[in-house]
Design a protein around this ligand. Structure first.
Ligand code: PMP
Length: 361
C-alpha cells in the first residue's frame, strides 16, 4: 500500500461483512485480532509477549476499555488518581464505578507531575493511577522520570496503572513512545485504539493489553458492558495492524507536517504556542499571545465571529475554571489549516473587536 492512501484500499472488512462470520465472536475478541495486537506491539514497541497467555481483550473502542478497566479495579469507597487536565471521560467513568477521582495537577508548559505530587495524592483507598501518554488535550508525553515515579509508587502501594495510550503512534516531537507496560507488565493495563492507530475514529475498536490475571478481570466487566465488538471490523483492524512500518511511519510524518503547517502559520501571526509531542492537538497560550480573555470566552467568540472551533482547556479541568489555554486540532486538510490559521491570526490582531462582536443569530 502506498503511504498516503487510505486504509480502505487495503481492507478485508467489506469482504468479512459479505462472506465472513457475522455472528457473535468470542467475548475476548477474534483470535486473529488479538494476535495482530500482540504482533503490532512486539514489532513497534519491542515488548515481549507470551503467545500462550490471554493478555489481550478486544473492546468497543478505547472508551469501553477504559470503562471496563476502571470498573475492574475500583469500586465504592476506592480512589483513582487522575491527572489534570484530563480527557473528559475519565472522571465520569471513575464516579460511575462508585469510586472517587483524586486529582494531581500537570504543570505547564510540558505538563508533567512530580513523584512527590503523585505520592501526596495516594491514600489507603487508592486503587489505580490513570496515565494518558501522549496526552489529550495538551499533546505532551509523560517523561521517563514521571513514568518511573508512577511505576515505583504503584509497586510500593500495590496499585494498577491504567495507561491510556491511544495516541501512541501519533508522535510529532521525535521522542519515542514509552509505556509503563514495558517495565511493569504485571500491573499495567495498556489501552489502545484502532481509531487512532489507523485514523478511523468512528470504528470504535479498541483493546487492553495487560497481564493474564488483570485481563481476566477486565474481560469479566467487558462481558456485561458490550460482550463483544463487530467481527468484520475486527477482521479489518487485524489487516490494518499488519500494514508495514512504512505505512505507520508515513501516517506519522503526515501529522508532523500538519502540525508544523498550523504551528508555523500561527507563530508567524504572533501566537504563543506550547511545545507538543503527540496527538492531533496543539495548545495556544492566550495570555502569552497578548489576549486578555479567558479560554471559554475566547472560544465562544472565535467560533461565533471567526468560524474557528477551538476547545477551552477548562473543559478538561476538574473545576472547569477558566484558563489561558486553548486546544487546536491539526488533523485537517491543508486548506482548512491555512484558513483556520488566517482567521485566528486576524482574531489575534483585533481580539478586542472579536470580544465585542455580537453573537451570530
Ligand atoms: N482516550 C483518549 C485520550 C482519547 O483522546 C480518545 C479519543 N479522542 C479516547 C480515549 C477514545 O477512543 P475510542 O474512540 O477508541 O473510544
Amino acid at each position: 500500500m502506498q503511504p498516503g492512501t487510505t486504509i480502505f484500499e487495503h481492507m478485508s472488512g467489506l469482504e468479512a461483512i459479505v462472506h465472513g462470520n457475522n455472528q457473535y465472536p468470542s467475548m475476548w475478541g477474534l483470535p486473529e485480532l488479538r494476535e495482530a495486537v500482540m504482533n503490532f506491539y512486539e514489532r513497534r514497541q519491542g515488548v515481549t509477549l507470551d503467545p500462550d497467555q490471554d493478555v489481550v481483550v478486544i473492546t468497543s473502542g478505547a472508551t469501553e476499555a477504559l470503562a471496563a478497566s476502571i470498573m475492574a479495579v475500583a469500586g465504592p469507597g476506592d480512589e483513582v488518581i487522575l491527572f489534570a487536565p484530563a480527557y473528559d471521560a475519565y472522571a465520569p467513568l471513575v464516579r460511575r464505578a462508585g469510586a472517587r477521582p483524586v486529582w494531581v495537577a500537570l504543570q505547564p508548559p510540558d505538563w508533567q507531575a512530580s513523584g512527590e505530587a503523585i505520592a501526596a495524592a495516594i491514600t489507603p483507598a487508592t486503587r489505580a493511577i490513570l496515565l494518558n501518554t501522549p496526552h489529550n488535550p495538551t499533546g505532551a508525553i509523560a517523561s521517563p522520570a514521571m513514568i518511573a515515579a508512577i511505576i515505583d509508587l504503584a509497586r510500593q502501594h500495590d496499585l494498577v496503572i491504567i495507561s491510556d495510550e491511544v495516541w501512541e503512534e501519533v508522535l510529532t516531537g521525535g521522542a519515542p513512545h514509552v509505556s509503563p507496560f514495558g517495565m511493569a507488565a504485571d500491573r499495567t493495563i495498556k489501552i489502545g485504539s484502532a481509531g487512532k492507530l489507523l485514523a478511523l475514529t468512528g470504528w470504535k475498536v479498541g483493546w487492553v493489553l495487560t497481564d493474564a490475571a488483570l485481563a481476566e478481570r477486565v474481560a469479566k466487566v467487558h462481558q456485561y458492558l458490550t460482550f463483544t465488538t463487530p467481527p468484520p471490523l475486527q477482521v479489518a483492524v487485524a489487516a490494518g495492524l499488519a500494514l508495514p512500518d512504512t505505512w505507520f511511519d508515513a501516517a506519522r510524518a503526515r501529522f508532523v507536517t500538519a502540525r508544523d503547517r498550523l504551528a508555523g502559520a500561527l507563530t508567524a501571526g504572533g501566537w504563543a504556542l506550547l511545545p507538543t509531542q503527540g496527538s492531533y492537538f496543539l495548545m495556544a497560550d492566550l495570555a502569552a499571545s497578548g489576549i486578555a480573555m479567558g479560554d471559554r470566552s475566547f472560544c465562544e467568540a472565535a467560533v461565533r465571529s471567526a468560524g474557528v472551533a477551538a476547545i477551552p482547556l477548562s473543559a478538561f479541568m476538574p473545576d472547569g475554571a477558566e484558563t489561558p489555554f486553548i486546544r487546536l486540532c491539526f488533523a485537517k486538510s491543508d486548506a482548512v489549516l491555512d484558513a483556520g490559521a488566517a482567521r485566528l491570526n486576524a482574531a489575534l490582531a483585533g481580539w478586542e473587536g472579536l470580544h465585542q462582536s455580537p453573537p451570530i443569530a
